[in-house]
Design a protein around this ligand. Structure first.
Ligand SMILES: [Zn+2]
Length: 215
């Protein structure tokens, strides 16, 4: 099964992806990780990436696609993959479709984890972390033992980015970026919207249900 997972930042997409790797027994293919590994390997392709990345330039789609093809042909990815960080644009989605089609594959399902803006704000604005040990609390859902202090006596602080304004901005950016890609796959009738509000287990169960009918 080839799968794309979408979800607004802070919606638990990373955790769910990790669980799907175990459930479906397919790897996650992250373009960022692939590019870093290829650069490190010193291969010819890695050197080409180097030329763009060392100058802070965007790596052309065509190069990323070559890397993708290599990765898809590795043994563990022959049964399918979870795509992470790709596609980011409709042309990239079309390229991915093409590369998969050459292998008699297609994007079988696009799971869109949906969490409303108000819920995202609620989750993030009330988040506190311990300066000393890094423990994360939520003032409502997972409150610290005492106001402003961790169980280790460390001071609880709010991350600078955990403000309503930043959450709103990230959320808008996410919707703007993903909407066209989701639309692209809606036309192919493979998009499954999954309610992302609930415990991690509840959301995992919903995803399993949503992809249950897909083979
Ligand atoms: Zn602590």
């Amino acid at each position: 099964m080839d799968l794309i997972l979408f979800g607004p930042p802070g919606a638990g997409k990373g955790t769910q992806a990790q669980r799907l790797i175990d459930i479906l027994e397919i790897p996650q293919i992250s373009t960022g990780d692939l590019m870093r590994a290829e650069r490190k390997s010193g291969s010819a392709l890695g050197k080409e990436f180097d030329e763009f990345m060392s100058k802070g330039l965007l790596v052309p789609d065509e190069l990323v696609l070559r890397l993708f093809q290599q990765r898809l042909d590795q043994e563990d990815a022959k049964k399918g993959a979870i795509f992470d960080g790709y596609p980011r644009t409709v042309p990239q989605a079309e390229s991915l479709d093409g590369v998969l089609a050459e292998r008699d594959r297609k994007v079988d399902v696009v799971v869109s984890i949906e969490v409303g803006l108000d819920e995202m704000i609620e989750r993030i604005v009330h988040r506190r972390s311990c300066e000393a040990c890094g423990q994360i609390y939520h003032l409502r859902y997972n409150p610290p033992p005492r106001a402003d202090a961790c169980s280790c006596d460390g001071k609880l602080v709010q991350r600078k980015d955990d403000t309503e304004e930043v959450v709103r901005k990230r959320y808008d950016e996410y919707l703007q970026k993903t909407a066209p890609i989701v639309d692209h796959y809606k036309k192919k009738d493979v998009v499954k919207a999954v309610d992302g509000v609930g415990t991690l287990d509840e959301v995992t169960d919903r995803i399993k249900q949503a992809i249950g009918g897909v083979s």
